[in-house]
Design a protein around this ligand. Sequence first.
Ligand code: SAH
Length: 598
Amino acid sequence: MTAVIVMTHRGLGLGRQLAERLAGALYTRSPVETQGGQPFSAAKELLPRLFAAGEPMVVLASTGLVVRLLAPLLADKQSEPPVVVVAEDGSSAIPLLGGHHGANDLARQIAGSLGGHAAITTAGDLAFGVALDDPPQGWSLANPDDAGPAMHALLNGAGATFEEPIPWLHGVPLATSAAHAIALTASTARQHGSPRRLVYHPQRLALGIGCERDAPAADAIAAADRLLEDTGIAPASIAVVVSLDLKADEAAVHAVAAHFNRPARFFSARRLNQEAPRLANPSETVFREVGCFGVAEGAALAAVGKAGKLVQPKHISGQFTLALAEAPDVLDASNIGRARGKLSIVGIGPGTPAMRSPEVSRVLAAAEDWVGYSLYLDLAGDGPAVRHPYGLGDEEVRTAHALRLAGEGRDVALVCSGDAGIYAMASLAFELLDRYANTPEWDGARRAEIEVLPGITAMQAASAKAGAMLGHDFCAISLSDLMTPWEAIRRRIKAAAAGDFVVAFYNPVSQRRRRQFGEAREILLANRPSETPVVLASNLGRPEEQVRHMTLGQVSADDIDMLTVVLVGSSQTRRVGPWAYTPRGYGDKYNLGQESKA
Ligand code: SAH
């Protein structure tokens, strides 16, 4: 994620705007404060840390400052992140480092959106409008180390020769004499280049793969590597790894795609059957098993389209079948078949983005769809995703919808407040998968990738705001009897009372349900004093946030609403100044202070 770093109050407005436009993370130097920004105190600590972590950076500071801070770290331009310095008034964007690794593009994008100037200084961009070592999407340079000398020659009178035209290099002047020629070659074959010959691999090939269920990933990678070696094809020429949709959750297929750093895409058996007339090796056996006459060949052909052709027919290697097809032009994998869907079940924390994990923020920014209770989608903030808002009660419907979308190949975030696994949708998603384990309509959802990302749950935020209420053993109890019989809930409250646990009550009341809280209070009062500290935390992390301290003797259902989490201390919980905390042990008995308790 691009880091946007703001040093002074003057730069804040611009920094915010850039962070939003670039879907980046905003850092502000104290005392500049902003909602959602991450504060830092010293640029000399932050910049080197982000640079070492490989984070692209946009810094609203002087070039001198940034040069001084980063110069000692410069080592390898191929792997270092791009750094752009932007004037606080937006007038210039300077690609300081990594011009051909994103900084020029970033500077142009920033300047374009601000009406400012991008201070591009890389020679090739200025002379010919291209960067020889930064080919566009779909192309890669086999010998990047030779790009510098080649560009140097071109800038000093040499010209280019082409075996076949390379559209994006049309600005480079042609050679007038063979002695001063630099060959610019497009080839899918493995070739060695030289400073006089740059080899560009266009991503024109689709690698089709079929395999037995749970075939080992390492074998798949070895088989694919061997096939490319035998055929003399450069791995960088592969655009996409393709298979049948039944294989969307097949680890070996994804491992091969990851090995070549390319996406995996999938086709239905019906789509693959349209390729039947073009198959070199149609198989009745395969048809009986999966409903199409060839997976590897069919998928490779489907990926390259009608103008493409099979260049390596079905090759059997152990448990795998592999095939290669080539298109006349560079392929865009995002238009080929469909991706394996992904469902990220995320907890966005209680409210403010500052209490959200960077991982969740990243997933939200990347997802195509957001599904969730409408209030939570509002809390999640802005983003390009398609929103699927639901009412408070539609939990099963919204979870099923999120799974269905992921089953259709989409990248979906199911948005929960707090933690996704605590009285939220994560367990419901698994319950549904369990319940419909044998229902064919759920095949797609079953094959989707699922991840659950944790968040700060209400009781953690409440405990922290109040001091350290959860400092010793605690439990959480939901007072909602919608899905749990009240008798079972009562039994747990009694056990918590007997065990002297700190108790966090979720869903303490609802509009119709108010009696349970009183009863829970009575049960606890039987085992702990009426002075026991109680914390009522409402709307945590939201503008209406309220944290109140009371005692168990005082509190009643009238003090709370459904946006409150109630923390009841144990018999040991006490107050100091404005804080409430539960000690980590029984101080006197265990000689607090004489042994390390870190
Ligand atoms: N998954 C959520 C809990 C959802 S259950 C989490 O981990 O926090 C809903 C209950 O959670 C509410 O009735 C309330 O008791 C508590 N809660 C959720 N968000 C809250 C917030 N921002 N402030 C206070 N309580 C909250």
